[in-house]
Design a protein around this ligand. Sequence first.
Ligand SMILES: [Zn+2]
Length: 673
Amino acid sequence: MNKQQVKERIEKLRQEINHHRYLYHVLDKQEISDAALDSLKHELDELERKFPELITPDSPTQRVGGKPLDEFKKVQHKLPMLSLTDAFLFKEIQEWETRNKKLLPLETKLDYYAELKIDGLAVALIYKKGILWKGATRGDGKIGEDVTENLKTIEAIPLRVNLENFSQSIQKKVAEELEVRGEIFMKKADFDQLNEIQEKNKQPKFANPRNAAAGSIRQLDPKITASRKLSFMAYSLVTDLGQKTHQESHELLEALGFRAGTNLNQYCPDLQAVEKYHSEVNKKRNSLPFWIDGIVININDQQTFGRLGVVGKAPRGAIAYKYPAEQATTVVEDIQVQVGRTGALTPVAHLKPVRVAGSTVARATLHNEDEIKRLDVRIGDTVIIQKAGDIIPDVVKVLSKLRTGKEKKFKMPVTCPICGSKVIRRTGEVAYYCSNKNCFAIQKEKIYHFVSKKAFDIEGLGPKIIDQLLENNLIKDVSDIFSFTASDLEPLERFAEKSAANIIEAVEKAKKITLARFIYALGIRHVGEETAIDLANHFRTISRLQKASFDDLNKIYEIGEVVARSISDFFRDNRNLQLIARLLNQGIKIKEPEVRKKTAASGKAFVVTGTLPSLSREEAKTKIREAGGKAASSVSPSTDFVIAGDNPGSKYEKAKKLGVKIISEKELLNLLK
Ligand SMILES: [Zn+2]
């Protein structure tokens, strides 16, 4: 994107975010999920970080959402109630530390206090003479709504703080004024119960506990709030009671009679400890009685925290390290068609890679043409995708207000992208089909061949997995093998994270390939291993082979007319040339055959039979080829040598009958020198 495009994108994102924030914070309504909205905010934040000159004071990143309702009295916050920057990856947390360290040239080491990020509603509580005097919502960060009477109904909020264990001087400070901030939330069980009651009373159900908590606290009748069973967890002690660290402030809060999560939160001497805590919490978060959407990392030292100050709407000294959401927004870069087992053509959205539910996603299924029409999804659109559990992600919604006018509508191809046959639509069915009944089977065989031992030799990528990849529309042709990610594999049946990673590694390794193997992998009719080697040695690069005419090919001694015709036809077919171009685009590096010195084996034909003492049969063949010899699989009058190991079998007998010279492995190795 150039700067003008970024500017337009930023403006559109702001409008969209503002629209949804207004719905959510002012009207307590929701059109898209929190996760999708977060995803949009994240994109805006990243664009503004790259182009800080495009930040305007009214950008959603610059203020805390929400507008006080007119029904409530306004409360001015003494210190603004900030919100937090979101991060989803450990890398982003590390970058956050690096940014902070740049601003703190004297600190060599930062330590942290990490705490649960409860999915609720932030409030400020003010105590005078130790008694709850006022409570307010965050509002827009500067001005909140006075909801004191409602907060008083929440039993987790002490109406009078506990001062027994404190010194005279602290008691005096607290008596003057104490401000505590924390999260109002609803426990999972209470939320479920509330929704049951709503249903019974034919009232609308709440979308999530945060929604329910917000709706309950902003009731004009405190009796309704009281019936909703809300909870409270303190996270910040605003008043200075001498606390030096964030951890101490939590301990003080508990001593004052608040719940502040000290049994759940953790001091972390460094970011490694933070990462460990983040993943431990993730493992147990389903069993927690309340919902959390991540952890909050605070720089522990209060002075350092203060020195870092505020950027936009958020303190620099803290960051939210969130758990992956199941929805995210991204851009559809292309829509391609894949042919399935039944011959059905499935459109697949190729996405700008995005993190969702813990992995990077680059594709989503669009099912069929009707679904594309229903969603009205176009190439270039910003969409919400959803990945629930272990399934291939879906496109759930198009954010059409983010369009620039350059989006392209998708059209179902009239010919099959795999075999070029006509595409048909059977009456009464939504799917289009390739009219060639063997299309899928041929394609499958091609892929099996492509990854086989003598071709790309991709370990772990066997027929079973290839079948699943094809059935789930994760690959269309062999070039897709080089672009899929571990997350494409993980949803497949019984696929462990580890084996997915192993395959990705094997694919990466396979990107370096000899020219002979590459030619063999293409699966040209009549071109076996030996012919591929001959072609590689003769043409030395794939582009020279592609350009070779039938006559050029026919002139080669080892290549007959039928084979030459087949090779030349293959390279005249545009689809094959496009496939090769795609493969090279995926980063495949083809090794040119080495120019060899002549050895006694050059030009000679060998057959290996039986078990050799040190080399495997494949190793022996490779060595023969490297020395300029030919390794054949059957004995004929033109065979020069048969290398016989233990239990040589019929080839040995045939060699004896034909009078072919029989040698040992040792003699072979001498010949190859
Ligand atoms: Zn086809």
